[in-house]
Design a protein. Structure first.
Length: 51
């Protein structure tokens, strides 16, 4: 039972993540920024995302 499956790349991304751990008054806060691009075919999206 052999079947061929074609897998095609639909989305690619190139992202740099910056991460800081901030400690203040006994609390710890994680701050991150993702910066980069997402590509799909001839479409491109450039975003700065914080999480």
């Amino acid at each position: 039972m052999s079947s061929e499956i074609e897998i095609k790349l639909e989305l690619s991304r190139d992202v740099v993540r910056r991460l800081w751990n901030v400690k203040e008054n006994g609390s710890r806060i994680e701050v991150l920024i993702d910066q980069g691009e997402a590509h799909s075919g001839d479409r491109r999206s450039i975003k700065n995302l914080g999480g």
